[in-house]
Ligand binder design. Sequence first.
Ligand code: FAD
Length: 510
Amino acid sequence: MERADTDVLIVGAGLAGLAVALATNARRRVTLLCPNPPPASMASALAQGGMAAAVGADDHPALHAADTMRAGAGQSWLPAVVLLCTEAPAAVAWLEARGVRFDREGESRALHLEAAHDRARILHVGGDATGAALTGALHRAALAAPNVEILSGFTAVSLARDSARASGVVAVARDGRPIAIRANDTVLATGGLGQLYSHTTNPASACGDGLAMALRAGVRVNALEFVQFHPTALACAADPLPLVTEALRGAGAVLVDEESRQFMQSVHRDGDLAPRDVVARAVWTHVSQGRRVWLDATAIMRAEKRAFPRVRALCLTHHIDPERDPIPVVPAAHYHMGGIAVSVDGHASLPGLWACGEAACSGVHGANRLASNSLLEAVVFGRRLGAALSAARGWTRVSPVRPGFVPDESALQLDPKIWPELRRLMWMHAGIVRDARGLLAGLDELATLYRRTPRQQILLRGRLSLAKGLLTAAWLRKESCGAHLRADDRAGAPRHAVRQLPMRLPSGRP
Ligand SMILES: Cc1cc2nc3c(=O)[nH]c(=O)nc-3n(C[C@H](O)[C@H](O)[C@H](O)COP(=O)(O)OP(=O)(O)OC[C@H]3O[C@@H](n4cnc5c(N)ncnc54)[C@H](O)[C@@H]3O)c2cc1C
């Protein structure tokens, strides 16, 4: 088997992986491993809505933190939330120093409103091209950094351990060639797991593979049951389903039913700007009864001809005229709040192992992520992780990776019956509304699928084990909470706990 060595190995070159690479001291040799070079195969480049940061004259990190805590339904970890929101303005400046130009209104940065934010604090680049612009700028900076190498064309399939320490990964090239990469520090930045569901907005790369590798290596994971469903994916036959950005509702678009009736006002006092889980559930309630739902953005599209160019282009591709026709929408798996349990510096439970971005669970999102907080999390916690790696001693002597097996091209293969079956059962049993019977039935089906999966299909086996972890966590959490809705919770409606924060406002303005 081919072998390679590096100092810091980052698995995944999305926004989180790129931010970690650029924030790591230039004295450390960094290798970014990914199946395809950025911006391909990643969620970051698809992000349309924007990035949240309390940079407005009427805003403050404490207000941003209060909104984040409220969305998290009492499950967010306050110290991590405070760091996220306090360091957000510095993250904005850091991105600007790397060539990002946020959209402007006159001299100042333009700020937009999004669901569950109590004021306009969402930054955009190029209207709805924020994720692509951020990733593009950091990718260019990474290409120019002499200590950063991007190794594309490889998929990591297994984490390597050197007694009690992570020591790199085993990866497989597209042609099936295995490679063992030894590293002093290994960072998992492999993104989310939306593709485990048959209805998702996530790209094909978001299968939770990094999280599955961590699980297999006995690393601590957290909050697996908390999956956020986006209320407005375009109702069409594509996979992934294209997203119709929430920013449209922030700008005044409304959800309507078959009789053109707006229904969100009767569901939540914030109407169409209610928390994402509330809106997703309301849309799901309609859809599961065989009814249809549309997002009526015709007024905005007519009034602001240059706004939302991506949504416009998407609609036209699907023969919808957004100035005249409401857009048909369905809910879809969108974001995983759970992940590899990490400290605020990104350290996982195994020495030498770190995680960042959607693959990690830093505790900021709790049971429900606040819109536009995940690009921010990738940058803020990516920078913190890079700083921790810079301060770390490095140069620990790890022994060469000795995999217990040598993978081949079948490691990346997905059995054409089992993979779609896994995705279907996740949507059926661990989707928007869950109950004990469905979750246990899902676990039974998973056990059968696992037995039928060839041993060599390592990625698929990992995904089945991850699905089992998610279903089990969802079964164990008997009560509804945030995005986790248990239909069999006797107490009824999900909790949206924290309203008042017992928290001192940091002094001074950002
Ligand atoms: C359609 C859409 C719109 C969104 N809009 C917004 C928004 O407006 N604002 C916001 O804050 N958030 C948004 N999000 C969420 C946000 O984009 C993601 O949470 C965030 O970008 C995740 O960044 P990441 O770097 O952790 O993962 P990603 O950007 O997904 O990057 C993961 C990287 O890991 C690689 N990888 C995966 N598995 C392996 C493996 N086994 N081996 C090697 N490499 C691997 C991938 O190829 C990729 O390079 C959106 C998400 C989607 C899907």
